[in-house]
Design a protein around this ligand. Structure first.
Ligand SMILES: [Zn+2]
Length: 76
């Protein structure tokens, strides 16, 4: 799985991010509209964090719905 270290505005530190999976993309489209481009969204994998943002646009970050609050660690 592709990951990268990015600055998380919620955690306030550098975290491992990964691309959104299909279920997460669908949830973002539900909120932002069916035309919203979800192909470049990265998600923070820190425990309990729901932050995602478009590549190179941290200011445009959002939070995934609560059901995506995972206990998972970052997987490679
Ligand atoms: Zn985070």
């Amino acid at each position: 799985m592709r990951t990268r270290k990015l600055d998380c505005p919620t955690c306030g530190t550098m975290q491992v991010f990964r691309f959104l999976d299909d279920e997460e993309k669908a949830a973002v489209r539900e909120r932002e509209g069916p035309r919203f481009f979800v192909g470049n969204l990265w998600r923070c994998t820190a425990k309990g964090c729901l932050t995602y943002y478009p590549q190179f646009n941290k200011a445009g970050y959002g939070l995934l719905p609560e059901r995506f609050r995972a206990e998972e660690a970052a997987g490679e």
